[in-house]
Design a protein around this ligand. Structure first.
Ligand code: AMP
Ligand code: MG
Length: 323
């Protein structure tokens, strides 16, 4: 994972020729292309199998580069950037007229963030221009938190992978729509509504994903978008439900009984988030053909309640009914 300037130069060359580079971030690994090169961005969509209606987040080295992709960089955005960048907060604002609309899925707004990883900040600086960076996995599947995860999804030469070690946060950024009044959280993450509200001095609204708290286990076909999904079918179970699972079920849970627990998770919200996608991938690998994964619902209270909400958002989608 020790990448010198040569690796960055190779990655820059790849981007200049319209190619794809996987970069490490603190959230998950991203699949980068030049945000102002529509053909390169189209390659990102096709490599991922991503639907054209799912817009990409643009990655920048800081607020001055962010100004290039938006119409206007408001004072509120400056305050958020000063508090949370580099870091896992994406800010949605009206898009600059010259930003290719393939990036925004044709919409009038763009999401922008500055990732907190030295290698990727160096890459963006060296490239000198904003990069799109959706998660470096096939659309709908489990996000990658290591370079090995990225390589498992893409053929050898298709993507140049910058190895920056495991992602420290482990789940995707909080997405905040600052084009609305009041601003609204579109996707929960480890930067919380409470933190954002306090920096802005206004009550930020919770999006549909952040606020709901459905009964467990989730059983509402069509209600939840399936996403972050392992290959094997996955379901949420309570700790007391583990004993009743059919034999051969691969369980992601906590080390209480010590019995039948294939993947043991940390009990704190941030530790759980950092371990989540690796756990889903490991469980998938351990699952026999036709087997199932069961995820024991964590205890989600306490001071990191909002981080748990972000974790539960991912778990519900990973375990959503398929059809
Ligand atoms: P991913 O790149 O896989 O982390 O997904 C990016 C997500 O960011 C999308 O699925 C949207 O939820 C959100 N997003 C990106 N751009 C916009 C935008 N212009 N407006 C609203 N949400 C956005
Ligand atoms: Mg993704």
């Amino acid at each position: 994972m020790d990448h010198g300037p040569e690796e960055i130069a190779l990655a820059v060359n790849r981007l200049r020729s319209g190619g794809l580079v996987a970069f490490p971030t603190e959230t998950v690994y991203g699949l980068a292309a030049d945000a102002f090169d529509p053909r390169a961005v189209a390659r990102v969509f096709s490599a991922k199998g991503r639907p054209a209606h799912n817009p990409l987040i643009v990655h920048v080295s800081g607020p001055s580069m962010a100004r290039r992709v938006v119409q206007n960089w408001p004072e509120q955005a400056d305050r958020l950037a000063a508090s949370f960048w580099p870091g896992p907060l994406s800010i949605v604002l009206p898009a600059a007229d010259d930003l290719p609309r393939i990036v925004t899925s044709g919409g009038p707004t763009v999401a922008v963030r500055c990732p907190d990883h030295p290698l990727t900040l160096a890459l963006i600086e060296a490239y000198g221009s904003p990069l799109v960076g959706p998660s470096a996995n096939r659309s709908g599947r489990v996000s990658p938190t290591t370079p090995q995860h990225v390589r498992a999804s893409f053929a050898g030469d298709e993507v140049f992978v910058l190895d920056g070690g495991p992602s420290s946060v482990g789940i995707e950024s909080t997405v905040l729509d600052l084009s609305r009044d009041p601003p609204i959280i579109l996707r929960p993450g480890v930067i919380t509504r409470a933190e954002i509200s306090s920096v802005l001095g206004v009550d930020v609204a919770a999006g549909p994903a952040a606020g709901d708290n459905p009964e467990i286990p989730v059983r509402s076909p069509g209600m939840l978008d399936q996403h972050y999904a392992p290959r094997a079918r996955a379901q949420l179970v309570t700790a007391s439900g583990v004993a009743a699972l059919p034999p051969g079920t691969v369980v992601i849970g906590f080390d209480t009984s010590g019995e039948g627990m294939a993947v043991v998770m940390p009990r704190d919200a941030r530790g759980y988030a950092a371990a989540l996608y690796r756990a889903l991938r490991d469980a998938d690998a351990a699952c026999p053909p036709g087997g199932r994964i069961a995820v024991v619902v964590p205890e989600t209270g306490g001071q990191d309640r909002e981080v748990w909400e972000a974790v539960m958002d991912r778990l519900r989608r990973a375990c959503a009914d398929r059809e």
